[in-house]
Design a protein around this ligand. Structure first.
Ligand code: SIN
Ligand code: MN
Length: 245
């Protein structure tokens, strides 16, 4: 009889006998996709591939050499930033731009590399897509400033607005090395509403349009989260901007 020879139940168990996620093991993270944490702000995870990340880290190493290399930044009231910085094209200091390292070795700032400008133009096109014409300064974007921040373990950056530029073209931000918790706030106050994002190596964040002058900062980095093959201790962030100067 059929009923005796044909198994009533599948011979293979429907569920694997081993639990998929044994107790104590983290569930896999949500896949990371394009996100728009605020109007005009776009997060594209994993935008740079491993080779592009390595190339940028090497470029930062070269830019970091003196003269006009990586420096410790003193604030006007005497504090010292935990993040170390270098600039390309225009030298950023608290709070302005100059052609020489006025608060450091006095050397002329290194030239803004055209490849970094091309990368930033592509970043805007890919982040905004068809919305690009609606973002002030995105069409005909001509960035001329690169600011590279190095976050050693324990470094962070308080909430601030990027407002030393004379125009409101978008800011392009690239993350390399250790992940961080980045806070994107609002344009009015340092208080809520805000969105906290995890930025990982290779991620792109652009903030333009209604978010161009939003408060933002880095609450903390997540030490040793980077791929050791990158050969980087801590986190690097490169922001590309148009000065309007
Ligand atoms: C900055 O606001 O200049 C840096 C932001 C970041 O490190 O992600
Ligand atoms: Mn900033």
């Amino acid at each position: 009889m059929d009923g005796e020879t044909f198994p009533r139940f599948p011979t293979e168990p429907l569920l694997p006998t081993e639990p998929l996620f044994p107790a104590g093991q983290l569930l896999p993270a949500e896949p990371r996709r394009r996100a728009e944490p605020a109007p005009g702000a776009v997060h594209l995870p994993d935008w740079l591939d491993a080779a592009e990340q390595r190339e940028l880290v090497e470029a930062c190493r070269a830019w970091a050499r003196p003269p006009a290399g990586m420096r410790t930044v003193r604030m006007p009231r005497g504090g010292v930033m935990s993040v170390r910085m270098l600039s390309l094209g225009w030298h950023w200091y608290p709070y302005g731009y100059a052609r020489t390292v006025v608060d450091g070795d006095g050397a002329p700032v290194k030239a803004f590399p055209p490849e970094l400008g091309e990368l930033a133009v592509r970043a805007l096109a890919e982040a905004y897509g068809p919305q690009l014409p609606g973002i002030t300064g995105a069409v005909g974007y001509r960035p001329d400033i690169g600011v590279v921040n190095h976050y050693p373990h324990g470094a962070k950056m308080g909430l601030h607005r990027d407002r030393e530029e004379r125009i409101d073209a978008p800011v392009v931000s690239l993350s390399l090395g250790d992940s961080c918790i980045f806070r994107l706030g609002n344009t009015e106050t340092r208080t809520r509403p805000w969105t906290d994002l995890e930025l990982r190596s290779g991620d792109l964040l652009v903030f333009g349009g209604p978010s161009r002058f939003a408060y933002h900062g880095v609450l903390r980095t997540l030490p040793d989260t980077a791929d050791p093959a990158l050969g980087l201790v801590g986190r690097l962030n490169i922001t590309v901007r148009q000065s309007g100067l």
